[in-house]
Design a protein around this ligand. Structure first.
Ligand code: BMA
Length: 375
């Protein structure tokens, strides 16, 4: 179904986005290496055109699997419900560091590469997170038994060399994202996320603020030294704490292109008030920080697991976002292997009808509403 009523608003958003002045082929160079490709530079300029007249809707692993299916060509639960792809596709490259063929969620990296390129060719945005293993213990990203993991991979640490081989594999993947005509696909990379919580080995109680900043800067600089010039960087905490806590581990304006946060409605229906309060608190300070640092802001992960509220889209999520200049919101994956671990509707799901109303709001942007994100 076409989102006729939305075209005007979507076109306005993008018309605004593309009118922001000419861009040199390469605006900055580091050690005579182009910092960013032309398309990546355009994406950044377009991100910075705020306040946006709408926000893009995103879904994790949107086109590789969903409820009751896996691997079907061009399929997406969101598209099955509303007729269009999400404007933003999220991906996770956990286990790429190990040299594996499949991600931690059992999606082949070849399939992820193809999905990223397809989303780019249809004019949409891709964002990549990284639930990488623990390089010290061999456990997963949630293995927090040892507090010296970050120290061990920084320069001088016992695992520094090993970690650079992990970054090499990541760099090879990012460098391989090229279209048939040879364009490198820009990606919003969101490493070291939810670091103000304690559930990942790079979390707050497992490294100092300085070590966290060093980790981020090392990742950024090393990928760049390997010719990775198609990334923008998103910094996102786990939705807890104050503005000061948000900034305590901030690696610096030159290392970050977008400010975001992850915040879920936990406790099902009961959690709605806490969710609204939390979202409002963070969105309020993030709006200010975005202005102060000249960075776009986004809700980089959110959702209500299993969607037990039929009207969640228009009565909870939309009114929250409507008040702030967020450029996108992304809901987490529709796991085909974990019952009830889904965050977007699928045909027959109870919130389907309400999602269609959300889709028809003039401020919600889906893939066909985007024109010129890379121009
Ligand atoms: C989590 C869950 C896990 C998954 C991980 C990385 O929130 O969805 O099942 O492995 O994200 O995608």
């Amino acid at each position: 179904m076409d989102k006729i009523k939305n075209i005007a608003a979507g076109a306005f958003f993008i018309a605004g986005l593309v009118s922001c002045g000419s861009v040199k082929n390469v605006t900055e160079t580091v050690a005579s290496q182009p910092l960013r490709t032309v398309e990546t530079e355009h994406l950044l300029k377009n991100f910075k055109k705020t306040p946006a007249k709408g926000f893009m809707f995103g879904h994790q692993d949107a086109t590789v699997y969903g409820i009751g299916w896996e691997g079907d060509q061009d399929r997406s639960d969101v598209k099955s419900v509303c007729g269009d792809y999400p404007a933003v596709c999220g991906w996770d490259v956990g286990h790429i560091e190990l040299g594996n063929d499949e991600s931690l969620d059992k999606v082949s990296f070849d399939r992820i590469r193809k999905g990223i390129i397809a989303q780019y060719l249809r004019g949409g945005l891709n964002t990549v997170s990284w639930h990488l293993n623990n390089p010290l213990t061999g456990g997963d990203a949630w293995d927090v038994k040892n507090d010296s993991v970050v120290t061990s991979i920084l320069p001088g640490g016992v695992n520094h060399k090993l970690f650079l081989t992990w970054l090499d594999r990541l760099a090879t993947f990012f460098n391989s994202l090229t279209t048939a005509s040879g364009e490198k696909v820009p990606v919003l990379f969101r490493p070291w996320h939810e670091h103000t919580g304690n559930w990942f080995w790079w979390g707050k109680s497992h490294c100092t603020p300085q070590q966290y900043k060093d980790l981020w800067q090392m990742t950024h600089d090393y990928l760049r030294s390997q010719g990775v010039n198609n990334l923008l960087y998103a910094y996102s905490h786990g939705g807890e704490g104050t503005k000061e806590e948000y900034m305590e581990r901030y690696p610096g304006d030159e290392y970050v292109d977008l400010l975001g946060f992850d915040c879920y409605q936990s406790d099902g229906v009961k959690g709605v008030d806490a969710y609204k309060k939390n979202m409002t608190t963070v969105l309020t300070y993030l709006t200010r920080l975005g202005k102060e640092h000249h960075k776009p802001i986004a809700v980089t992960e959110t959702g209500l697991e299993a969607l037990p509220m039929d009207t969640w889209w228009t009565e909870v999520l939309f009114p929250l976002l409507d008040q702030y200049p967020v450029i996108y919101v992304l809901v987490w994956r529709n796991a085909r292997e974990r019952p009830n671990h889904f965050f977007a509707p699928y045909p027959g799901q109870a919130s389907e009808k309400n999602f269609i109303s959300f889709f028809y709001q003039s401020k919600t942007l889906f893939c066909k509403d985007l024109r010129g994100l890379y121009k």
